[in-house]
Design a protein around this ligand. Structure first.
Ligand SMILES: Nc1ncnc2c1ncn2[C@@H]1O[C@H](COP(=O)(O)OP(=O)(O)OP(=O)(O)O)[C@@H](O)[C@H]1O
Ligand SMILES: [Mg+2]
Length: 279
């Protein structure tokens, strides 16, 4: 099917899924991002998976052997599109060709982009690179049945940069343990400030009982649980994408994907209802 040029926020018909995956370091963000991307692509979605972690390891979980060069390295491009004379910059740079020009297509047709290290200037930074990346997330060459998955850097410090604004849903991955729950709690508290309208959690590495109760207390919906699965370690050692190796964890992520579609469909219909009642 020919790609349509649409504004991601105004797409109608066909479901559009835009999610950002966050959480404490090492909880399983990249495993979940890569596997969800592959599963959605197998369901016929046009998927754009974006590595937004300066550590850059989404490629291995997607099964992409030759990841693209990070966008942040194309300084001239950013300057040309987003930089203006006199040190100012353009708020809405042209970005509609970026995914096709600077991304690669991996297994199951997933398109992948790598952001690289952008500004570390703190929450108030409005430099060209962040304007460029924010615009990229808002306007993309994309088909209607499509998904954008952002694999984020660990922790919450970077969230103030606004790159997750405009996502439908932020998923925080939580493992049994106080620190990862704390991260979830802090994200929940920050969410309105950083423009996150919907937050949900995925529990990883088993032991869900108490974690579930705590998330419920925090008012964070749980999309599902992924058991601890040694097959993921095997995949890692053999440098294979988890989906190629399969196992209980991948089966659990497939269930989470179904739930995710349901939740995003609900968000979309609520948005529609909201728009109608405004009229
Ligand atoms: N359910 C699981 N069972 C067993 N091992 C797992 C599970 N989930 C993730 N792992 C393993 O834990 C390690 C960290 O996972 P992953 O890279 O997905 O986490 P991350 O949150 O993206 O980490 P980082 O914060 O470094 O980006 C990997 O080796 C992965 O294979
Ligand atoms: Mg990661």
């Amino acid at each position: 099917m020919k790609p349509l040029l649409v504004d991601l926020n105004q797409c109608s018909g066909g479901i559009l899924i835009k999610i950002a995956i966050t959480g404490k370091g090492g909880v399983g963000k990249t495993t979940l991002s890569g596997t969800l991307a592959r599963l959605l692509a197998r369901d016929g979605y046009e998927v754009l998976a974006i590595d937004a972690d300066p550590d850059m390891n989404l490629a291995s979980s997607l099964g992409v052997e030759n990841p693209p060069k990070p966008l942040a390295d194309f300084k001239d491009l950013i300057q040309e599109r987003a930089g203006a004379e006199g040190g100012a910059f353009i708020y809405n740079p042209k970005v509609d060709d970026i995914a096709s020009k600077y991304g690669v297509i991996g297994p199951d047709g997933v398109r992948m982009l790598v952001m690289g290290t952008v500004d570390r200037g703190g929450s108030g930074c409005m430099c060209p690179a962040s304007a460029f990346l924010r615009a990229l997330l808002r306007h993309l060459m994309i088909r209607e049945k499509s998904a954008v998955i952002l694999d984020m850097e660990a922790g919450i410090e970077h969230l103030g940069r606004g790159t997750t604004r405009g996502m439908d849903l932020m998923i925080v991955v939580v493992e049994p343990g106080a620190r990862s729950l704390e991260t979830a709690e802090r994200i929940k508290r920050l969410s309105s400030e950083i423009g996150i309208k919907h937050l949900a959690a995925v529990i990883n590495k088993g032991g869900s009982g108490k974690v579930n109760d705590k998330l419920e207390e925090l008012g964070i919906q749980v999309l599902g649980e992924i058991p601890f699965d040694p097959k993921l370690m095997q995949a890692d050692l053999e440098k294979q994408a988890p989906i190629e190796v399969g196992g209980e964890a991948v089966d659990a992520i497939a269930k989470i994907k179904e739930k995710l579609i349901e939740v995003v469909e609900k968000i979309r219909s609520e948005e529609e209802a909201g728009k109608k009642s405004e009229k």
